[in-house]
Design a protein. Sequence first.
Length: 501
Amino acid sequence: MADLTLTGKNPTQLSADALVVGTCSTSDGVAVVADQLPASVVERIETLAPRLGVTGALQEVRTVPAGDGVAADVLVLAGLGERQEDGTFDREALRAAAGSAVRSLAGSASAVVALPAIDESELGAVVEGALLGAYSYTAYRDAKAAAKQTPVGTLQVATSFARTARAKAAVARAEVLAAAVHGARDLVNTPPNVLYPASFADAARTAVKELGAKGVKVTVLDDKQLAAGGYGGLTGVGQGSARGPRLVKLTYSPAKATGKVALVGKGITFDTGGISIKPAAGMDSMKSDMAGAAAVLHTVVAAARLGLPVAVTGYLCLAENMPGGNAQRPADVVTIRGGKTVEVLNTDAEGRLVMADGLVSAVEDGHDVVLDIATLTGAQMVALGRRVSAVMGTEDVRDEVKVAADTVGEQFWPMPLPDELAEGLRSKVADIANVGERWGGMLAAGLFLRSFIEGTPWAHLDIAGPAYNEKGAFGYTPAGGTGVGVRTMLGFLESRAGVES
Ligand code: BES
Ligand code: MN
Ligand code: ZN
């Protein structure tokens, strides 16, 4: 991760490859938003803005020669959009501007960031955006290509709060949070021949150890233990692959916990659809079908690193959905942990099968609240597009997730669980079928999951679209794995722990 420090020095006097300043759109053009830039530089940019094509729009990034009186080589003009009524900028605008600017600096060694922040909370947003934007996945690139993509090495963030305890705490939190998001992105980006259930379980152990998540205990059930333990969802989905399923349990239980939260993540390391096989076009993106489990792993790690006073158990439901000779068939009946039977009418609706085992485990272990997160349905993208995730569940928990998402700057939208759609999940031979009618497919999947939570307060996060960015990078979000859900779940835990996000 980029090495980030706060500085109270005049940013124009700091030598670096680039100095990042803000621009915004105003009623009469463009304003440069940076306290200590020489007036001559500000005037030059504001006057030339129309000819430079600079508008100050959110996420606009333009690089111009720095000019006299600035020690850095170039100025990076990062658009912040319009000011709010009180003259400040929205925290998400600050994150996005910082992220876009830092992304544009890939391949450079150093930069100074001088974006406006009127308090430590806004400063925290700038730092978060900068660190989230400083990401690349180059594991399989040659050295030359990797160097070009490598995020800027050192970042100095100029602020008048450089020495306050709150500012230091905001940086420390942002570093843990960004490491968690980066960790989740890395797992999603890892090719599916390399990341399979057993290697994911190893990666969980490594992440806990290497990130110093003290007090997190990792236990792994392998395919034999899952079959013996009656985890029929994981077993059924995993049996078509030569690489068997795993259930990883991560336990963080601090001494003075204010509550006990379960996080259950879908970890299909590759989803071919199984015997109900998917079309070839675009199937490669199904390496991201473990994004929920990746988010859970790194949320638990982050909660432990931050020492949040709330107990958290993570469940990673890991399997590879392949159409091998022993694969489950449409019409098979599997028995989920705890005894409920499911008729598998479509082997491509595998996520809900593995999640059912995870939810039952979470309920068995006793928690105040259960959150589950999954790239569960294509219908999620039909309903909300590629960037907005859905949240369903017990109304108050659903709304609590929405508040957490708004606070941290992730887009989630509440969706209903209409009882009548449950009728579509009736099976002629088992307790429930794994698919219902097509319309409202995301909600039907939510209703399926609800039938396993036994009245525990619960929310289901469907991140099918937002987990994997198939288009270009934007703001602080790279192409590929996005790490979505980590910040919302961490915000949820912070709020349960009575800590500010
Ligand atoms: N992993 C997919 C859902 C998905 C689709 C995630 C596109 C991300 C992008 C899931 O396992 C799946 O295949 N769902 C089916 C369910 C259907 C068979 C009821 C779907 O959405 O088509
Ligand atoms: Mn599927
Ligand atoms: Zn899937």
